[in-house]
Design a protein around this ligand. Structure first.
Ligand SMILES: Nc1ncnc2c1ncn2[C@@H]1O[C@H](COP(=O)(O)OP(=O)(O)O)[C@@H](O)[C@H]1O
Ligand SMILES: [Mg+2]
Length: 275
């Protein structure tokens, strides 16, 4: 939590030089994952859709390692949101496997998935508007009766100081950015291993986009693995250890965030051309 905002840095365990390299990482450029940190979330051969006839995901593979920041980009309708929903059990798998810390979570109810260590922030309708900020956070803790409410609230106030100033406000009164922060905090209340974010900057005024990415980077630096879907593909990949391009429900490209940004084909096809 000591790194400067706006400078996502890889955890030292990922550093090629090993310990002590944390501060020498290039600003704004997370180091490539060595893949040596343990696998936390793994999706393999995922086929899923909303009807028996139509498959939206046609065999998607994806992995997230301990403390990794991973971004999925791709055209509208590629199946990015559907992939997150399949991972959290809101869309049923037709084929494939999803494991969280080695445990098969496919077929579990969404509440059981949340208990097992996955946090999920959908793109829309991600807070209870008529309830206060604090009530939203309390409800977030529901999957984990073993955790102390006061302890978890204190962690959230540390990560999201703006929310701490608005505890009694109805969530519906918050700005778009604050609401998105509340949705993240709610999802973090049960202390998940992995946080899934569906377009956290969607609908935000451009001047708030960077602040939201910095907030996501801070959550990652606090040790939470992140799987993020983003339309703001360039800044999202720039702050990510690894990324995937999803197209037509299939893996199209994958690599370190920087290698995807540097790939002329990826830039031309998925990042709006030039650099
Ligand atoms: N609830 C739904 N019922 C039926 N089809 C859906 C539903 N949600 C999404 N789709 C379809 O699934 C495809 C992928 O959508 P989505 O996963 O939202 O894409 P992305 O998030 O990459 O833009 C699109 O063709 C979309 O129309
Ligand atoms: Mg989507």
């Amino acid at each position: 939590m000591s790194a400067a905002p706006g400078r996502p840095q890889a955890s030292s365990h990922r550093s090629p030089q090993g310990e002590g390299n944390l501060m020498s990482a290039a600003p704004g450029r997370p180091q490539a994952s060595s893949h040596r940190s343990p696998l936390v979330l793994h999706a393999h051969g995922v086929v899923a859709g909303y009807s028996p006839e139509v498959d939206i995901l046609n065999g998607v593979n994806l992995s997230v390692h301990q403390a990794e920041m991973v971004t999925v980009v791709g055209p509208n309708g590629a199946g990015k949101s559907t992939l997150l929903k399949a991972i959290v059990g809101l869309v049923k798998l037709k084929q494939g496997h999803i494991t969280l810390q080695g445990r098969d979570i496919a077929g579990l109810r969404a509440s059981a998935v949340a208990r097992s260590g996955l946090g999920y922030v959908p793109q829309r309708e991600n807070v209870f508007e008529t309830l206060s900020v604090r009530e939203n956070l309390e409800i977030g803790l529901t999957p984990r009766t073993d955790l102390d409410l006061g302890d978890r609230l204190a962690v959230m106030y540390g990560l999201f100081p703006r929310l701490a100033e608005r505890l009694l406000q109805p969530a519906g009164n918050l700005s778009g950015g604050e609401r998105q922060m509340l949705a993240m905090a709610r999802a973090l209340m049960p202390d998940p291993k992995v946080l899934l974010l569906d377009e956290p900057t969607a609908g935000l005024a451009p001047r708030f986009v960077q602040a939201m990415f910095e907030q996501v980077a801070a959550i990652n630096r606090a040790g939470v693995s992140i799987l993020m879907v983003e339309q703001n593909a360039r800044p999202a990949l720039a702050m990510s250890h690894r990324g995937y391009v999803l197209d037509l429900g299939r893996n199209a490209y994958e690599g370190s965030g920087q290698s995807l940004l540097d790939d002329p084909k990826v830039a031309q096809l998925y990042l709006g051309g030039g650099r």
